[in-house]
Write a protein that binds this ligand. Structure first.
Ligand code: MN3
Length: 245
C-alpha cells in the first residue's frame, strides 16, 4: 500500500472518530480529539524529542558535550523517528509515555518495545542529570534520602556494582515498587521496569544508561569511570520529585 493511500485510510478512520466525538461530547471535547487525531494521522509528530533542559556542554567534565549531542540528536531522535514511522494499534496515543510503557509485554513487537523504551528511558535520563554540579548537592535529599537510608555509600556501591555488571547494553534503575519499597534493578537493551516483563516492576526514580553510546567517545571501554563520574551529575531534586509524586 502506498504511503498516500495509508495516510488517506488513517485520516478517514480518524475523521470518523472526530465526527463520533462531536456527537458524544459536543464542541468542547472536539478540539482536543481533533488535535489527538491529527497527531496520529500526521504520525510525523505523534512522538517528539523533549527539549534538553541544559546545553550539551553543561555536564562537563563528567559527560562531554560531543557525547551529549550525539546521544540526544542521533540516538534519542532515532527512537522517536522509528516510533513515528511505525503507527501501532498497541499504543494508546492519548496516554503518557509512562503509561504506554506499562502496556508493553513479551508479545509486543520488538520495534515498539525497543523504540518506546528508548524514547521513555532517555526522556527520563536527561531530566535526572544536573548541569553545573557543585559538591554540596551530590547527595539525596528529603523523603527519598530517608528511603535510601543513612548508608548512602553502601547504596552507591550496590548501584555501581549492578550497573557495571550489565552484560552488553542496558540500564540500571532505582525503582519504587508498588509496596513503596526502593530497589535497584537492571534491564537489558531498552527495556524498563514499567514494562510487564520478567523481573521486578516499579516506577523508575533514578536511571543510568550503560549503553556504550552513552560513554564510549569520552571513556572508551572504561565503563567503571563513566559510572563513577556520573554520580557527580545526578539530579537528586528530580529523584525526590519522582519519589514523592
Ligand atoms: Mn542511550
Amino acid at each position: 500500500m502506498s504511503n498516500d493511500r495509508r495516510d488517506f485510510l488513517k485520516k478517514s478512520a480518524l475523521l470518523g472518530l472526530v465526527g463520533l466525538g462531536k456527537n458524544l461530547f459536543g464542541e468542547e471535547k472536539l478540539a482536543h480529539l481533533e488535535s489527538v487525531s491529527n497527531k496520529i494521522a500526521g504520525a510525523d509528530n505523534a512522538f517528539t524529542l523533549p527539549k534538553l533542559p541544559y546545553a550539551y556542554d553543561e555536564l562537563e567534565p563528567f559527560i562531554d558535550a560531543k557525547t551529549m549531542e550525539i546521544h540526544y540528536t542521533k540516538h534519542h531522535q532515532g527512537y522517536v523517528n522509528k516510533l513515528n514511522e511505525t503507527p501501532s494499534t498497541n499504543i494508546d496515543y492519548m496516554s503518557s509515555d509512562e503509561v504506554k510503557c506499562t502496556h508493553i509485554d513479551k508479545y509486543t513487537s520488538s520495534v515498539i518495545r525497543n523504540n518506546l523504551g528508548g524514547h521513555y528511558n532517555h526522556s527520563l535520563f536527561w531530566t535526572l542529570l544536573l548541569p553545573h554540579p557543585t559538591k554540596e548537592i551530590r547527595f539525596p535529599i528529603g523523603k527519598s534520602a530517608k528511603a535510601i537510608g543513612d548508608e548512602f555509600e553502601d547504596f552507591q556501591k550496590e548501584f555501581t556494582e549492578k550497573a557495571s555488571k550489565i552484560f552488553g547494553s542496558g540500564w540500571c534503575w532505582l525503582i519504587k515498587t508498588q509496596e513503596g519499597k526502593l530497589k535497584i534493578v537492571t534491564t537489558a537493551n531498552q527495556d524498563n521496569p514499567l514494562m510487564q516483563l520478567d523481573g521486578e516492576r516499579g516506577k523508575p526514580i533514578l536511571a543510568l544508561d550503560v549503553w556504550e553510546h552513552a560513554y564510549y567517545l569520552q571513556y572508551q571501554n572504561r565503563r567503571a569511570d563513566y559510572i563513577k563520574n556520573w554520580w557527580n551529575v545526578v539530579n537528586w531534586q528530580k529523584v525526590e520529585e519522582l519519589y514523592t509524586q
